[in-house]
Design a protein around this ligand. Structure first.
Ligand SMILES: [Zn+2]
Ligand SMILES: [Zn+2]
Length: 127
């Protein structure tokens, strides 16, 4: 995996920080936790890189554990639908609810390439 250096300013104390990450090419994303070496503030960062040129990367800072939250939410949704399907199984033959397969974001690179980065979401049980 290509290594990228990320420079940013701590959103709490403003100190300049530098981190190194191995960033997978899109559509894969990774989530890392960064900790300010000055004030100890913790932030999550989502990272992905351009699959075309492999030279640039994008990051999203989030106080939330974004990847965890979005997977947890989709898990709750899917369990809910599974439950409804089970409770109706005596009455109906087929129960189809479209469930989003992924969360995705469109990005553009300075090389001119547009691409998507994705987080796969939980899916319904197949029975
Ligand atoms: Zn700080
Ligand atoms: Zn590119």
């Amino acid at each position: 995996m290509p290594k990228f250096t990320m420079r940013c300013f701590c959103c709490v104390c403003g100190k300049k920080q530098e981190y190194e990450f191995n960033v997978p090419p899109a559509p894969s994303m990774i989530q890392e936790e960064i900790v300010c070496d000055n004030c100890g503030d913790r932030t999550h960062v989502l990272l992905t890189s351009c699959p075309n040129c492999g030279k640039t990367f994008k990051f999203f800072l989030s106080d939330l554990d974004f990847m965890g939250e979005i997977k947890q939410l989709s898990g709750v949704y899917v369990r809910l639908i599974d439950g409804i399907r089970d409770s109706l199984s005596d009455y109906i033959e087929e129960f189809n609810v479209p469930v989003p397969k992924k969360w995705s974001v469109k990005l553009s690179c300075t090389c001119g390439h547009d691409y998507f980065a994705e987080i796969p979401l939980r899916q319904l049980r197949t029975s």
